[in-house]
Ligand binder design. Structure first.
Ligand code: HEM
Length: 461
């Protein structure tokens, strides 16, 4: 078979393509795939810039994920995160330095180390929902956001409530709220808008917010360096202790960039994924019923280890991540050496993007792909290029295990305490919120009953 260089794709002016992708990404991806199939070429970086190829084809995605890491470097698109995370962030690194930082950051987010946070996650969840009033419609997104922010501050910094903790929590919350507005977030996509015209200008306001956060983060780093306690189990302790081959520790600036990366990527993402899980569970009565039956024997204060092992709860979380993956795409990869993917030969400079959303909506992989059917995860195994909410390959999400664990614990803990019903007006649609997609604001839940005493005896481990 002779190889062609680029898949078919859009011929519209590149500015229109870019605007369509930024304004209505899901519609854009669906339109392209209906017209050109699951692999297509766009010019979302401008005609003079390299072509950008999206693929939702599992075979092509597998080739990208398993290709040697040196075949690709980071695509320009990833750089939208640079102003937030800094130059030394894991996300901005390539090659050997990237792999080294990953090795360093992964252990606390996996296995036994991760499970030591189980009780804390359940306790923080119960704190946040403690004063819920009955019959008052509320946004579950606000709740999940508050929980995941508290969790990530504890896991990453090991920070306990105190003045710096509260200030940082408030500032991060405000920054992330601003980042979610379309005007504000456009600045990250269009560098021309990044003009500091004083604190009243959007970019000036962003820089000011960031400076305030930096001051607190640097103050925490300095305090922890001067009174280093190796027995602590948070990520900052681990990074402070790390030494490279020459025996050098990380600088304050390197630490700041990694910590900000974890705070920003570990908070919004899990909170948004959880709001979808709440949405689907309260949309599909039969799912809620089965989930309640599974949770029932664990009582109103379930043990985290037992929650994490529940098969249906796990399937519900996975199916939510499949149907509306909060990240529609993996990080874009830029071809460094000629490479063949999915029957196409790509030249250096081409940007290839594994498209999570399209892979998850393939009828060949998932029967009735637009329906919420957790059972599919009980009866079938999907490959890493068919189910990829956390991306894959050498750049896969380092928080994948942690966030799935957190999702199960938060969802299970809340459902064990409260009976909720949806009180939504109108249709709920996916809506962009910063870097993630969430149910639209009209999605509301209301607590109609509280369980205050254990219904099962002897179940707490
Ligand atoms: C439901 C929650 C989450 C989802 C859906 C998610 C999804 C993703 C995706 C799709 C990527 C890009 C992977 C690729 O390019 O192949 C990614 C990267 C990343 N994620 Fe997550 N993520 C979540 C939670 C977290 C958490 C909790 C953390 C940290 C505490 C985290 C830290 C990161 C980092 C540091 C990267 C960059 C990895 C690299 O460049 O090597 N994420 N995530």
């Amino acid at each position: 078979m002779s190889l062609t260089t680029l898949p078919e794709g859009l011929h519209q002016p590149s500015l229109l393509q870019t605007l369509a992708l930024v304004a209505q990404p899901i519609e854009f991806l669906e339109r392209c795939t209906q017209r050109y199939g699951d692999t297509f070429t766009t010019r979302v970086l401008g005609w003079q810039s390299p072509p950008v190829v999206f693929t939702g084809n599992p075979a092509a995605i597998a080739q990208i994920f398993t290709a040697p890491a040196d075949r690709f470097e980071l695509g320009k698109v990833t750089h939208v995160f640079r102003p937030l995370t800094g130059d030394r962030s894991l996300m901005m690194l390539d090659g050997e330095p990237h792999q080294q930082q990953r090795q360093l950051l992964m252990p606390p987010l996996h296995g036994d180390r991760m499970r030591t946070y189980g009780q804390l996650i359940c306790d923080l969840t119960r704190q946040v929902i403690a004063d819920w009033s009955l019959h008052q419609p509320f946004s579950i997104r606000d709740t999940t956001s508050e929980i995941s922010l508290r969790v990530i501050l504890r896991v990453v910094f090991g920070m306990t409530p105190g003045s710096r903790y509260h200030q940082l929590k408030q500032l991060l919350h405000t920054l992330l709220e601003s980042v979610t507005s379309p005007l504000y977030s456009s600045q990250f996509f269009f560098p021309l808008l990044q003009q500091n015209l004083g604190s009243w200008s959007p970019w000036g306001a962003f820089l000011r917010q960031q400076q305030q956060i930096d001051e607190l983060v640097y103050a925490e780093i300095r305090a922890r360096r001067s009174q280093f306690d190796p027995s602590r189990e948070d990520v900052l302790t681990l990074l402070l202790a790390a030494r490279d081959e020459a025996g050098q520790g990380m600088t304050d600036e390197e630490l700041r960039d990694q910590l900000m990366t974890l705070l920003l990527l570990g908070h919004e993402t899990t909170a948004s994924a959880l709001s979808w899980a709440f949405y689907w569970v309260h949309q599909e009565r039969s799912v809620l019923k089965r989930l309640r039956q599974e949770l029932e024997p664990l009582g109103h204060d379930p043990n985290p280890d037992r929650l994490a092992q529940l098969p249906y709860l796990t399937a519900v979380c996975k199916e939510s991540l499949r149907l509306y993956p909060i990240a529609l795409i993996s990080q874009p990869r830029k071809v460094k050496e000629p490479v063949e993917i999915g029957g196409y030969a790509f030249e250096p400079g081409t940007i290839v993007i594994p498209c999570i959303y399209l892979a998850h909506r393939r009828a060949q992989t998932y029967s009735n792909p637009d329906q919420f059917q957790p059972d599919r995860f009980l009866h079938q195994k999907f490959s890493p290029s068919e189910f990829l909410p956390f991306g894959g390959g050498s750049r896969s999400c380092i928080g994948a295990a942690f966030s799935l664990y957190e999702m199960k614990l938060v969802l299970g803990t809340i459902l064990a305490r409260y009976e909720l019903v949806a009180t939504t007006q109108g249709t709920v649609k996916p809506e962009r919120r910063g870097i993630t997609f969430v149910p639209s604001k009209n999605f509301r839940l209301s607590a109609i009953a509280r369980r205050s005493s254990p219904s099962a005896v002897g179940i707490r481990g």
